[in-house]
Design a protein around this ligand. Structure first.
Ligand code: A2P
Length: 317
């Protein structure tokens, strides 16, 4: 396994297990299967509504001594309804209780989007708020306080545009060390990659396989299906591996971490092995040519009528 090395010496396995869309009743087993296969990085979020079941799986493995806590890398995310001062720690403590852990390796702000504490998912655009610099700074201070308190070892963000990330980076006392964003051959974000490399910020690729199991409201007609891309399929044939493995290998070969979701042990094993596949420069170039700036998780659900966001202002594009 390859690792991302943080400045303080901590190291995160570059390939982790995604748990978004892992169904209740399945996710606990999926986490146990993954750890048995050798996964040591699990990506969670309170918004996935499955942290309690993951926590039971962690506790089963840690309390029996089959896996020491410090050998696991656990990430979770602060939901958008807990950005207010005083809410950040409450939300983290709930996640820790659900996951049955006493610290997280990495805690991320899930979106640069806020709503009131009694809303889980806004039904109208008017319930969405765009955090102004002062409120974003207050939320980030709450994140920094968690590091000071020893409750989380690293902090970062998700779904931040380069502009939003640069502004946070400039004002933060503890710099964001991670941006977790949608990255795959159809959504490559090369400028973001070089910005993050220059600033010592790591990137994690979500939806690396194009999230074919994403909810219906995120699907559109005539979408390109990443797993059926013929260029990727040809490279996969040369290596004698699957298309999914080539996409994960591409993510690792370009220097990002990657968190494919699977609840199937065979596919989990395949995905884990992909981190060690070496692609040639020529193959990397061929995949670079596939970019079409296509988001599968485009954030349109935050941009309903009455929202302060449009897709352009959400992504600063
Ligand atoms: P399953 O959980 O049944 O394995 P993403 O990580 O981009 O969100 O994609 C997750 C989706 O891709 C899930 O539907 C998952 O199904 C499927 N998947 C995960 N690994 C593979 C693989 N190696 N080959 C094909 N599909 C995969």
């Amino acid at each position: 396994m390859k690792y991302h090395n943080f400045e303080n010496g901590d190291r995160m396995p570059v390939l982790g297990l995604g748990t978004w869309k892992s169904a209740p009743g399945e996710v606990g087993q999926a986490v146990q299967d993954a750890v048995s296969l050798g996964y040591r990085h699990i990506d969670c979020a309170s918004a996935y509504e499955n942290e309690e079941e993951i926590g039971a799986a962690f506790n089963g493995m840690i309390s029996t001594g089959s896996i020491p806590r410090e050998e696991l890398w656990v990430t979770s995310k602060l939901w958008n309804n807990a950005h207010a001062e005083g809410q950040v720690r409450v939300a983290l403590e709930k996640t820790l209780a659900d996951l049955q852990l006493d610290y997280l390796d990495l805690y991320l702000m899930h979106w640069p989007v806020s709503f009131a504490s009694d809303i889980f998912f806004p039904e109208s655009g008017s319930e969405v708020q765009a955090p102004d610099p002062a409120s974003l700074a207050a939320t980030w201070k709450g994140m920094e306080d968690l590091v000071d308190a020893g409750l989380v070892r690293h902090i970062g963000v998700c779904n931040f545009s380069q502009k939003k990330l640069a502004a946070l980076y400039a004002s933060a006392r503890i710099k964001p060390e991670m941006n977790q964003i949608e990255l795959h051959p159809y959504m490559q974000q090369p400028e973001m990659l070089s910005f993050c490399q220059q600033h010592g910020i790591a990137l994690t690729a979500y939806s690396p396989l194009g999230s074919p199991d994403r909810p219906e409201f995120l699907k559109a007609e005539n979408e390109p299906v990443l797993l059926q891309d013929t260029t990727i399929q040809k490279i996969a044939e040369v290596h004698g591996v699957s298309s999914a493995q080539i996409m994960l290998a591409w993510a690792v070969n370009r220097g990002t971490s990657v968190i494919p979701k699977s609840t199937n042990p065979e596919r989990q094993a395949q995905n884990l092995a992909a981190a060690d596949i070496q692609l040639t420069d020529e193959e990397m170039n061929q995949i670079a040519g596939l970019d079409r700036k296509r988001r599968y998780v485009d954030g349109a659900f935050w941009c309903l009528e009455g929202s302060p966001f449009t897709l352009q202002s959400l992504w600063d594009e």
